[in-house]
Design a protein around this ligand. Structure first.
Ligand SMILES: [Zn+2]
Length: 457
């Protein structure tokens, strides 16, 4: 009898042990939120994670979608003050508390106007903008250090720049300084201008006795380069209209008061090869900067690199000279990525990323897929053709070709695009980007897109 009791207890212990084991290993895990309690300053709480295969999950009693690989993502709109959110499954219940601080409505700073005064740009590539905001697609040009500017107003952190009777612009106060009191200064005057056309390039020069602000506009057929000299006269604007080639890059150089504006036509490759082309591949993030984290814990930086390395192989096979901004898991700053590009004089720069869902009410079916970004007009057509080619290879949702002010896209001396292959935080996309062939197919999509762009008329 005693033996029987021992056997029963033994079996009971095993039964309980196994059950407890199953209970813990079968519960969902969350990548987001990171904390059970947090104070936030955003509109939505994000729940991203992995469920086990028999789990059904509700978040505040709403049943949520779980992809075949267990991935899920869900947003909850937060109200001001305390928010208690219950994540429940058949195996585990966890409670999250968010405290949303009251939104302070910042009043728009008032515009102050004053008599025009001269100021000086303190560093190269200072953005001159359409409006007094430090974001968005509002850059008119990037000015050179030492450019003489006429300031006639201020609003918040910006000075208003007087360019001509019909045009004003804005520059961040921290990018301008008062002129040196001891400096001998005379208002710059025009000396000469000249245009020369070569086989695959045109070079336009305008010479002044000092550095002046300029803008670049593009229409369907032309690039319009303007230099303003408002201290000389309200209407002193020098304009160069340059006919656009179909595929082109351009660059503005300033030396000793001479502006050199150079437009290059892209070479047409020999029969289906990329011979003679230099292409920079920029796998996003790396090292201490993981990028977006997927529902199942994948790191964006790793997938970016996998795609980048596949793309490197493929472009080299097609004959291109390929430069990588990183080839392993290390941190590279955005400025260094641009420097690497500049030093290698490429025709094309491709940055590779996977997207994450912003602070919105997420729609699993809509907030997913592939998009390609460009900044300058000269890269728009390349973005379109690469997007088309990627969609064919990846079978992802078409999330569109978009214009975006990303730092790595702003140079115009080479074509520049940023690929968002899929959304890290979308459960449906997580099934796609975890497939074995994803990186290879993405690379094929990008490479074929580049070639198709270069050979098309
Ligand atoms: Zn990224």
């Amino acid at each position: 009898m005693k033996n029987m009791q021992r056997v029963i207890i033994f079996l009971l212990v095993i039964f309980l042990g196994v059950n407890l084991g199953i209970n813990t290993s079968y519960a969902y895990t969350l990548v987001l939120p990171k904390e059970k309690k947090s104070v936030v300053n955003k509109e939505h709480a994000f729940f991203v994670g992995k469920a086990q295969n028999t789990e059904i999950i509700t978040i505040n009693d709403k049943k949520i979608y779980i992809a075949p690989n267990g991935a899920f993502a869900h947003t909850v709109k937060l109200k001001e003050g305390k928010n208690r959110i219950v994540v429940r499954s058949n195996f585990s219940t966890q409670i999250y508390n968010f405290y949303k601080s009251a939104v302070s409505v910042e009043s728009k700073p008032a515009l102050k106007e004053f008599e025009p005064k001269r100021m000086v740009v303190i560093k190269d590539r200072t953005p001159m903008r359409d409006n007094p905001q430090n974001s968005g697609m509002n850059r008119l040009s990037h000015l050179f250090e030492g450019t003489n500017i006429l300031v006639n107003g201020e609003q918040g952190d910006f000075y208003r720049i007087y360019l001509s009777k019909n045009k004003t612009a804005w520059i961040s106060k921290e990018d301008l300084k008062e002129p040196d009191k001891n400096e001998a200064y005379t208002v710059p005057t025009f000396i000469t201008m000249n245009s020369e056309t070569f086989k695959n390039a045109s070079v336009h020069t305008i010479e002044f006795t000092g550095k002046l602000p300029y803008t670049i506009d593009e229409t369907d057929k032309e690039i319009i380069f303007k230099i303003y000299n408002p201290e000389y006269s309200d209407n002193s604007v020098y304009t160069v209209n340059i006919k656009k080639p179909a595929k082109y890059t351009y660059k503005t150089i300033l030396s000793n008061g001479t502006y050199v504006f150079k437009v290059n036509e892209l070479p047409v490759p020999e029969e289906k090869t990329l011979d003679g082309m230099t292409i920079v591949i920029d796998p996003g993030h790396g090292g201490s900067e993981p990028g977006a984290i997927g529902c199942l814990g994948d790191k964006e930086k790793d997938i970016n690199l996998r795609i980048g390395l596949e793309l490197q192989d493929r472009l080299r096979l097609m004959g291109a000279n390929v430069i990588m901004t990183r080839e392993c898991d290390g941190y590279v700053s955005l400025d260094d990525r641009i420097k690497i590009a500049e030093q290698n004089n490429p025709q094309i720069f491709v940055s590779i990323h996977l997207n994450s869902i912003p602070d919105i009410d997420m729609n699993i079916r809509k907030n997913r897929g592939t998009s390609v970004y460009y900044y300058n007009d000269n890269s728009k057509e390349l973005a379109k053709i690469v997007q088309k080619s990627l969609l064919k290879e990846l079978s992802t949702r078409n999330d569109g070709v978009k214009q975006g002010s990303f730092k790595v896209l702003r140079r115009s001396e080479y074509l520049s695009i940023l690929v968002e292959a899929a959304y890290m935080t979308n459960p449906m996309d997580s099934v796609l980007y975890r497939e074995d062939g994803f990186a290879y197919n993405a690379a094929r999509g990008i490479a074929d897109g580049i070639l198709n762009y270069l050979v098309c008329d």
